[in-house]
Design a protein around this ligand. Structure first.
Ligand SMILES: [Zn+2]
Ligand SMILES: [Zn+2]
Length: 64
């Protein structure tokens, strides 16, 4: 997976970028589990992580 900061191509499952050290995990808002970036559902509790973002987006005013 590519680092969002420097673009380094890290192996899938890496917790930190090997180049710049940026955290490549996203914590589940439900249980706090640190999931690797790119997963659709929390690896611990199974709740969908992507849906959360969509819900957050729906609360924002659309950019026309
Ligand atoms: Zn990086
Ligand atoms: Zn979770």
């Amino acid at each position: 997976m590519k680092c969002p900061k420097c673009g380094e191509d890290n192996v899938f499952g890496a917790l930190n970028c090997v180049k710049c050290g940026t955290k490549l995990t996203t914590s589940c808002p439900y249980c706090g589990y640190e999931n690797v970036l790119g997963v659709l559902a929390c690896q611990n509790c199974g709740r969908f992580l992507r849906k959360i973002k969509e819900e957050l987006k729906s609360g924002e005013a659309p950019k026309a």
